[in-house]
Design a protein around this ligand. Structure first.
Ligand code: FE
Length: 208
C-alpha cells in the first residue's frame, strides 16, 4: 500500500502498548485469562484467514449458480463449502458479497471504523483503518483506485460499500483472462485480500 495511507512510525508500538495495558488490567481484574487471549489470537491466525475468501471466490468463478447464491444469501452460500468451524460466528452472519463485472467495480470500506468480514478475510490490514484512506475512498474512490494502480476504464461504475455491524462486505473480483484451464485450487491462488476489498484486481496467471 502506498505511502499516502501510512501511519506514523510508532503507531504499531503505541497501539501494542495500549493493548498490553488493557490486557493486563482485564487479567488482573479476573475478566479474562491469558489463555483466553492466546485462544482468540490463534483462532484468527489459523482458522479465520483470507484462505477462506480465496476458496469462496474460486468456487464462485467455476460455478455460476454458486456465485448467484453467494450474492443473494452470502452466509447460506458460504455454509455450503467445507470451511473451518465458526464461519457463521465472528460476524459471519453479516457477510455480504458483491460481484465485480464488466463495467462495475466494487470497493469496500468502513467509513466509521474498521468493520471487516473476519471469517473470509481475517483481521483487517492496517491501511484499511487509516482515516485518510477511509475518507478519501468514500469521497473520491476513482482517484484513490487510480493512485493504487487499479486499471479501470473511465466509464466503469464504482460502487463503494460501507461495512458496518450489520453488513460485512467483500468483493468477488472478476476472473482473470487466460485462466480457462485452471483448477479451482489454482484459481484460489490468484485471489488476494486486496482484490476481495476492491483495492486491486485478482492476479493474472503467470505467463499471461
Ligand atoms: Fe467499522
Amino acid at each position: 500500500m502506498t505511502a499516502q495511507f501510512s501511519y506514523p512510525g510508532d503507531r504499531e508500538q503505541s497501539s501494542a502498548a495500549q493493548v498490553r495495558a488493557l490486557e493486563a488490567l482485564l487479567i488482573e481484574k479476573g475478566v479474562i485469562t491469558s489463555a483466553t487471549v492466546d485462544k482468540v489470537l490463534s483462532y484468527f491466525e489459523s482458522e479465520m484467514t483470507p484462505l477462506n475468501g480465496k476458496k469462496i471466490v474460486a468456487r464462485a468463478w467455476v460455478d455460476p449458480d454458486f456465485a448467484r447464491r453467494l450474492v443473494a444469501d452470502t452466509p447460506a452460500a458460504v455454509a455450503e463449502l467445507d470451511l473451518p468451524d465458526g464461519m457463521a460466528g465472528a460476524e459471519g452472519e453479516h457477510l455480504a458479497a458483491v460481484r465485480n463485472e464488466p463495467g462495475i467495480h466494487n470497493l469496500v470500506i468502513c467509513s466509521l471504523c474498521s468493520c471487516f468480514p473476519w471469517p473470509v478475510l481475517g483481521l483487517p490490514p492496517y491501511w484499511y483503518k487509516n482515516p485518510v484512506f477511509r475518507a478519501r475512498a468514500a469521497r473520491e474512490p476513482r482517484a484513490v483506485l487510480h493512485e493504487l494502480g487499479v486499471p479501470l476504464d473511465p466509464d466503469t461504475e464504482i460502487r463503494v460499500w460501507d461495512s458496518s455491524g450489520h453488513s460485512r462486505w467483500f468483493v468477488i473480483p472478476q476472473r482473470p483472462a487466460g485462466t480457462e484451464g485452471m483448477s479451482e485450487q489454482q484459481l484460489a491462488q490468484l485471489v488476494t485480500t486486496e482484490s476481495m476489498i476492491g483495492v486491486a484486481l485478482a492476479k493474472s496467471p503467470v505467463g499471461s
